[in-house]
Design a protein around this ligand. Sequence first.
Ligand code: PLP
Length: 413
Amino acid sequence: MNSQNHFEPHPSTPHPSTPRASTLYTDYAATSPIRPQAQAAMQEAERLLNPAGQYASGRTARRVLEESREQIADILGCDPIEVVFTGSGTEADNLGVQGLAFQSRRTHPEARKILAPAIEHPAVNEVVGWLCDQSQFPGSALGFEHVQLPVDQYGRVADNPAQLQQATAEDTALLALMWANNETGAIQPVEQVVAAARERGIPTHVDAVQVVGHLPVDFHQLGASTLAASAHKFGGPRGAGLLLVRRDVRLASPIRGGGQERGIRSGTVDVSAAAGTAAALRAAVDSHTAEQAHVKQVRDILAQAVREIPDSQVWTSEPALPGHLHVSFPGAEGDSLIMLLDSRGVEASTGSACSAGVNRVSHVLTAMGVPVDVARGTLRLTVGPDVSLSDAQLLATQLPGIVAQARSAGLAT
Ligand code: PLP
């Protein structure tokens, strides 16, 4: 145990003067500290100008941009032309889902169904909801229909869901499935589901935001039409995303403009963000084996501590992302847990979509059939390479008291 009863200084503390020395960050699934390799690459590229410019500075910027694209393509098993830089994972998801939906409608006018489970991140869920909201398209035949792919009690879809077996390319615009869930960490059978959809000629969008940089990804082998990633989830800059778009897939992009990025994502490309994304991905993949083993050890210490707390429920089940631990303590309010942890220097979240600091009951746990009163007491601990074993042990000793305190405060009415 940490003898000073303090968490170890965080190695990625940007300014040594900021009061992070006794803070433990356990919200890596929300965002992760920037890797020094990404910082260095971005610094080097930050003065570059327009990569589309037809003069010397444009060529210099373009060379860095294309090198970054090649490096990313090499790591993710695709061709450089299939890498589209976006402004976030959310934007990549929006482009993938909307682009496939509208393109399908062009090729198959009757393609109305969108197959997706209810556990998707809002970056997909909200887009599907909007596309399927008939009031958006009054008097037109544009409206789509959301066909939910059910999940089991562990939050996973089936390998070849019945709803997919009944779908055809003529009636189905696309299937969207996240590779791993951001709350529970549950890894989905994406390879099987994508293969089954491809057999039926149905386009597929995979939200791999929690996976890229954490698990091996081979885009060509997977065979999805589009795949979304986000740099800040693997130590790259925030506000930088990737959409992989198969060469033979046409997208009806909702973004119109100068035609950059294959016409899919118009707008002057941020070369510095692209360089930072490539450097972070390279560093994440190179240190993958060692980091994952460490992260798993840290997670297991915390999981053991949680299991010893009476009536606790662990939602993370294998196969799962190694740094994820999503749990509930019935009788406690998630917000109380977060505040009590924060007062002790531990930064964590409930994991559910949080807007303006207000937590809602998790739509993921609801889809898994978890009763609302149980789902209210959730805590998501997501750890990364900077969390030491002694920090995990210190937190493990503090957890029972924190949960008892939150339970004594009860549930808000
Ligand atoms: N998809 C998943 C599964 C996520 O976890 C997140 C972020 O939490 C996103 C999409 C959105 O990514 P970004 O924050 O880059 O917009």
